[in-house]
Design a protein around this ligand. Sequence first.
Ligand code: IPE
Ligand code: IPE
Ligand code: MG
Length: 242
Amino acid sequence: MTAQTVPHHIAIVMDGNGRWANKRFLPRIAGHKKGVNSLKRCAKTCDARGVRVLTVFAFSSENWQRPTDEVSGIMDLFAFALAREVPQLKADGVQLRFIGERQGLSDKVLRGIEQSEAATASNQRLVLNVCFNYGGRWDIVQAAAKLSAQGVPVTEASLSQAMALAHVPDPDLVIRTGGELRISNFLLWQSAYSEFVFTDTLWPDFDEAALDSAISAFATRERRFGKTSDQVKPGVLPSSAH
Ligand code: IPE
Ligand code: IPE
Ligand code: MG
């Protein structure tokens, strides 16, 4: 068994847009706009490095509590960016998926989501999951509610299958930009055995080199999944049970 050097699935809390804008005396929405560019660049680099799934946190269940002009600015930007970017994403082989509660989103946003998912559904190069109106607690609750409505017993396997990211394996690497050392209700269930990289870099400044540095950090980690170091060392044959 060789150590996995490139993560199959990277998940990112794209934080720091507001501070990026504040530092430049710009409105916060200017930071979110830059954040969209940063995401495009990141998806390209992930593809180039052999990453197959990228999951990003774009708007949390809790972000509705922000000032209404920021929330409406983010909603407009989201719908606008989808309309503008989908043709290129489609050509690049990116399969777009939107993860989160759809109820409460405007018709315009919902239309953008549905159209871009349909347009890219058969793409296979890179799955890009955009968590929008998403919370890890929401996901666990909606999965449990679904099972209960179907009369299916709750087990780890059935719950995993009912969750919003059931179409991809759990993230190998979770990155949070912007300097905060917390999970903020991101992939609570799915990150049980992910490696974490926290960086002070603000999301709009997160470039190829920053991604490469997170991937390099990942490559040095020993993932033990509860076992001992000896058990997971490359080249060591599993010892027979005594
Ligand atoms: C992350 O950047 C994007 C969203 C939450 C929508 P922030 O807007 O949280 O940026 P900071 O943390 O205030 O700098
Ligand atoms: C997490 O960032 C959500 C997104 C990046 C979309 P926040 O900026 O909302 O997180 P807190 O409030 O600092 O924990
Ligand atoms: Mg923030």
